[in-house]
Design a protein around this ligand. Structure first.
Ligand code: C2E
Ligand code: MG
Ligand code: MG
Length: 704
């Protein structure tokens, strides 16, 4: 008899037998409830006549639906039906029961199998559907991104091209095609070499190799592409490798920008910055670039028009410009074009640079041709203007290869050509040239040297022969030249005088000397200590000289008596009216005046007596002895003696320069010379040492 109790017991056994099977999410109680339902159905099938196999099938299906899909579940269930089911539910051992159990067996197995198949099929179908949907979505996205790419590709303002690994062009956009002056189809058949051009292909090939090897991600190059219409397109191309997941490139993408306009503008600017607007010739900048890069040996012809200023001044600048243009045009025709650069350096200065100039004669020939252009007058506004020029000719064999030196040599030689009478060419003369070159380089470097503080002053004591005490210092200028080292005033003062730089330099010395005197005045309180400053003849002739000196004293706050100016005899001789007025004004203001290097010039004491001068400095050449062991040259000794007594009679102090020995000093004392300067008492020294001398002297005076 089936009772609820027996059904429950069987369900419990059934549940226990399923233990270990891959279990659905059911508690043991839920599982027993579930199996009790199934046991009821099985019992129902046992009771029915005829036996209802659909109930058995339903049980099989229910197991599948409850996610019992493992084959072991079916096996264990069927085994229980054979064994425990009959016993637990109390069926009698009859042929009918046996046949019913057997039918149930089949039905449960069938229901289980069918349900399992249906579920798997259903699941497969869902999976497939999902896969299909996913695939469709991916396709959609790919299409969208492709469309976006196509839009960018086609509509881009920059040229884009796709190139395969063999260098064949797969795809280009309209912009790229337009840039290269071809159709997209025309380019698609070509290789990248056709686009890049033969002169760049070597370099590009090497870069492609690096891209392939993964050494670089991108490279750029600028190509000049000759279009079918004959125009040249300057293209700035950058190539990138597109790599797959393994990192190897699948293809290359090139992005190109048309830089033709930019190039053209750059070229124009370059041309304008390197050519002279008036004549169209290369200008100074381009000339020096070419000179730096020129192939040796070199020849230079440096041309300067004679008296060009007159044309400008008398006929006006239009005439001047016209002449310059005419000369430039004639030079263009005259000068051998091969290996020569004609440039206009400035104003009326032209230069011809000859590269690979085998012999100095070659330069001479060009110079002849250049002079020949002045053979015919230049016609301007109905007037026949005869213009001539002078040329300095140099060859690197004589001067060396340094461009700066070559130019200075050319300049020096041009100057000589002018000095020898214009309208001629002159060859560089090494003997004269060296000296001139140094002078020349000193002259040109001087203005900048002042600005760069390359000058300094040394101070040499001026002593009293009575007691050897220091009464003043002579300020002596030195030049620390960055290349030549310390240059002595004997070398650069004459150059400064010639070039007029002496005025600026002299003013600088004056200011520095006065400032120093003022500092010593403040520090040592010696009322009558003076600084003696050398003044060149040209300075004295400056109309502002007196005002400059008095202004400087005023600015520095130095008493006039603390400043002495040294002038040479020649500076105050000759046309002396202007100089005389200046000296009188200075003397009236209290400035001390000295005649420097007396004995080297006119030595006209009668004349000097009329000047408001305080001191006579006897040149050291009068102290030099011609014979060894002699104190002084007997002839010089007489002159010195006479000079001292004459000077005294005119009311002048006398100071002897270049006193080097004690016997010299003794002799001078005997001759009643007032002061001395020279190695015996101390040479020119830097300001700190001069201060030391003063400090010593002050200490001695204080202790006395
Ligand atoms: P100077 O005015 O006659 O100056 C005296 C020169 O004699 C100095 O040469 C000095 O160093 C040198 N000297 C001094 N004692 C002795 C000695 O015992 N033996 C010998 N053999 N020489 C001695 P330095 O400094 O070379 O100056 C040379 C000349 O340059 C000066 O001759 C002066 O004419 C000129 N100079 C120097 N500084 C200036 C300046 O600031 N302006 C101008 N216009 N000329 C200057
Ligand atoms: Mg002097
Ligand atoms: Mg002197």
């Amino acid at each position: 008899m089936t009772t609820a109790h027996s059904v429950g017991r069987f369900a419990t056994r059934w549940a226990a037998s399923l233990k270990g099977a891959v279990a659905p999410a059911m508690t043991r109680a839920e599982l027993e409830d579930f199996l009790r339902d199934l046991t009821e159905q099985l019992a129902e099938a046992m009771r029915s006549t005829p036996c209802r196999p659909e109930l058995g099938r339903a049980v099989g299906k229910a197991l599948i639906d409850a996610h019992y899909r493992d084959a072991s579940v079916l096996n264990r269930t069927l085994a229980l039906l054979d064994d425990g089911f009959v016993a637990e539910l109390g069926y009698e051992d009859s042929a009918d029961v046996a046949s019913r159990i057997s039918a149930l067996h089949g039905a449960v197995a069938e229901g289980f199998a069918i349900a399992l198949r249906d579920t798997v099929l259903a699941e497969q179908e869902t999976t497939q559907r999902a896969a299909l949907a996913a695939a469709r979505a991916a396709e959609e996205r790919r299409r969208a991104s492709e469309a976006r790419f196509q839009a960018v590709f086609a509509g881009a303002a920059v040229g884009i091209g796709v190139v395969d690994l063999s260098g064949a062009v797969l795809e280009v956009n309209d912009a790229m095609a337009g840039m290269l002056g071809r159709t997209t189809d025309d380019i698609k058949g070509r290789t990248i070499g056709d686009v890049i051009g033969p002169e760049n292909i070597g370099h590009a090939y090497a870069e492609f190799q690096k891209l392939l090897a993964g050494d670089i991600d991108q490279f750029r190059l600028e190509t000049a592409h000759l279009r079918p219409d004959g125009r040249v397109a300057n293209v700035d191309l950058s190539m990138t490798a597109v790599r797959n997941r393994t990192g190897t490139p699948d293809f290359f993408i090139g992005v190109a920008v048309d830089v033709t306009e930019r190039r053209r503008l750059q070229n124009r600017l370059w041309h304008e910055s390197r050519h002279d607007a008036l004549t169209g010739l290369p200008n100074r900048t381009l000339f020096f670039e070419r000179l730096e890069a020129a192939e040796q040996p070199l020849g230079l012809c440096y041309l300067d028009l004679d008296g060009f200023k007159n044309i400008n001044d008398s006929l006006g600048h239009d005439a001047g410009d016209y002449v310059l243009r005419a000369v430039a045009n004639r030079l263009r025709k005259a000068v051998e074009p091969d290996g020569c650069t004609i440039a206009r350096l400035a104003g009326d200065e032209f230069v011809v640079l000859i590269e690979r100039c085998g012999s100095p004669d070659r330069v001479a020939r060009e110079a002849e041709k250049m002079l020949a252009v002045f053979g015919r007058p230049i016609e301007f506004d109905g007037e026949q203007l005869s213009v001539t020029g002078s040329i300095g000719v140099v060859h690197s064999a004589l001067v060396g290869r340094d461009p700066g030196r070559l130019m200075r040599a050319a300049d020096v030689t041009l100057y000589q050509a002018k000095a020898n009478g214009s309208g001629r060419w002159e060859r560089y003369d090494p003997a004269r040239g060296e000296q001139e070159l140094t002078r020349h380089s000193l002259a040109t470097a001087m203005p900048a040297a002042l600005a760069h503080n390359e000058f300094l002053l040394h101070y040499q004591p001026l002593v009293s022969l009575d007691d050897s005490s220091v009464r003043g210092f002579e300020a002596l200028v030195r030049w620390d030249h960055p290349r030549l080292g310390r240059v002595s005033p004997g070398q650069f003062i004459p150059v400064a005088e010639e070039t007029g730089n002496i005025n600026a330099l002299g003013q600088w010395v004056l200011e520095q000397g006065c400032l120093q005197a003022r500092r010593w005045f403040d520090e040592f309180g010696i009322d009558d200590l003076y600084v003696s400053v050398n003044v060149a003849a040209t300075q004295l002739r400056q109309p502002t000289f007196v005002a400059d000196v008095l202004g400087t004293l005023d600015q520095v706050g130095l008493p006039a008596m603390c400043l002495q100016l040294e002038l040479t005899e020649s500076a105050v001789a000759g046309d002396t009216h202007g100089a005389l007025v200046a000296l009188r004004e200075l003397a009236a203001a209290g400035v001390r005046l000295a005649i420097d290097d007396f004995g080297t010039g006119y030595s006209n004491l009668a004349h000097l007596g009329r000047l408001p001068v305080h001191q006579l400095k006897i040149d050291r050449s009068l102290l030099a002895s011609s014979r060894k062991g002699e104190v002084v040259d007997p002839a010089h000794d007489k002159i010195v003696a006479a000079t001292i007594s004459l000077a005294h009679s005119l009311g002048l102090d006398v100071l002897a320069e270049g006193v080097e020995t004690t016997p010299q000093a003794d002799r001078l004392r005997l001759l009643q010379c007032d002061g001395a300067q020279g190695m015996l008492f101390g040479g020119p020294v830097p300001v700190s040492e001069a201060a030391e001398v003063l400090a010593c002297q002050t200490r001695r005076a204080d202790s006395a």
